[in-house]
Design a protein around this ligand. Structure first.
Ligand code: NAD
Length: 389
């Protein structure tokens, strides 16, 4: 089967490489010639590195590269996709652009071709609604970089045919990815559940409970996370991270749990975007001295427990509101954002009554909806249940 990819940016070029590596011939399209050149250069560099590391032979490198053909032009050039059975759209994150792409694609592809979007924050259902046959449209959400990160969230829209969802999940698993099934809700699984990792860290900082270096230290050293929240936001980029938070906040009709932080907005206003701009929460200019954490174990434990309980609360609510299954929720956080442990398993280990106690204390102290414990956690604590036996 031929695979089509619309958009040759960071995600599209990576997805094209994954599909070609599996053995599909791939049509990679972008409106900009420069994007195609850059995308292909990235693919070639990745393949050369894989040969150096003996992951593939040079014959395989040549074969994979030769399976990718490119098309540049306007959306009138979509006939290039006529023979494709599966097309993944990875163009800019703009609902109008995406809807236009899907409407045009549907005019040229075969009746049984499947159309997918790699959107991170838009509604799959809203994108699909532009199509005459929304049953063949779904979300296939890869993580960056798609060639390295194993997780893919499969997101059926309201009208998606269950058979299409199943076929795509089987196919993407065959590509060597680990798929999870998510409902078409804001942030899907990972981008929804991960919000307090940043948001609660910012809140703790804004309240003057600890400085950024100490919060990062606590999450790394006590929590076992690869990076602390502030260093991770600087790595991701404050523009990208703030946009993700704002989009979930807007899409949940302003659920206070997702409220963006003024500190991050100010950093964005100042152009302090993180590593890529040389300054974010930390200063990355040559010779700058990184601040030292206060390595106070008791304070560190408090910071870690507070953020962890907020993360567990999100994971429990995602299960309660049927965003995904318990095992998919845990797998998604480990494979998508490298968490040291699944959050629901972590809740079992820490004790669900203990988690509810922490959340209840925060809720009572602040009197804010942000800290309301998930009804699921409360019921489970009362009944003595655990997520996994
Ligand atoms: N970057 C990430 O971390 C990440 C992760 C998961 C999902 N996503 C999603 O994947 C999509 C692409 O993101 P990206 O980071 O690769 O962006 P990018 O800016 O690197 O690439 C987008 C590409 O789309 C092209 N484009 C714009 N309009 C087009 C059109 N009408 N037809 C065809 N191509 C068009 C642009 O020229 C550009 O090359 C977005 O929906 C984004 O939300 C991004």
């Amino acid at each position: 089967m031929q695979v089509g990819v619309v958009g040759a940016g960071a995600m599209g070029s990576g997805i094209a490489q994954v599909a070609a590596t599996f053995g599909h011939s791939v049509v990679l399209f972008d409106t900009r010639e420069r994007a195609i050149d850059k995308g292909l250069a990235g693919i070639e560099k990745n393949l050369a590195r894989s040969v150096e590391k003996n992951r593939i032979t040079s014959d395989e490198q040549t074969a994979i590269r030769s399976r990718i053909s490119t098309v540049t032009g306007s959306a009138d050039d979509f006939p290039a996709f006529a023979e494709c059975g599966f097309i993944i759209e990875a163009a800019v994150e703009n609902i109008e652009v995406k809807r236009d792409i899907f409407a045009r694609l549907e005019r040229v592809v075969a009746d049984d071709a499947i159309l997918a979007t790699n959107t991170s924050s838009l509604s799959v259902t809203a994108i699909a609604s532009t199509c005459k046959n929304p049953g063949r449209v779904l979300g296939v959400h890869f993580f960056n970089p798609p060639t390295v990160l194993p997780l893919v969230e499969i997101v059926p829209g309201l009208a998606t045919d269950p058979d299409v969802t199943e076929r795509v999940q089987v196919l993407v698993d065959a590509w060597g990815k680990s798929t999870v099934l998510a409902s078409d809700t804001p942030g899907f699984i990972v981008n929804r559940i991960a919000r307090p990792f940043y948001g609660e860290a910012l809140r703790i900082y804004e309240e003057g409970i600890a400085d950024m270096a100490t919060i990062d230290w606590a999450m790394r050293e006590i929590g076992g996370f690869k990076m602390g929240p502030f260093e991770l936001m600087d790595f991701i980029g404050n523009d990208i991270n703030l946009a993700a938070t704002k989009s979930v906040y807007e899409a949940t009709f302003h659920d206070p749990r997702f409220k963006p932080a003024l500190t991050q907005q100010r950093l964005f206003d100042a152009g302090f975007l993180g590593r890529k701009s040389g300054r974010g929460y930390y200063d990355y200019s040559p010779g700058a001295t990184p601040p030292s954490p206060t390595e106070d174990r008791e304070l560190g434990d408090l910071i870690f427990r507070r953020i962890l309980c907020m993360l567990i609360n999100q994971a429990a609510d995602a299960l309660y509101y049927q965003v995904a299954s318990a095992s998919d929720i845990d797998r998604a956080m480990v494979l998508g954002v490298n968490y040291p442990k699944g959050l629901l398993r972590w809740a079992d280990e820490m004790g669900i009554p203990e988690t509810v106690k922490w959340l209840g204390a925060l809720h009572e102290f602040y009197g804010e909806e942000r800290y309301r414990p998930s009804p699921l956690l409360k019921t489970m604590a009362a009944d003595g249940f655990t997520f996994f036996s």
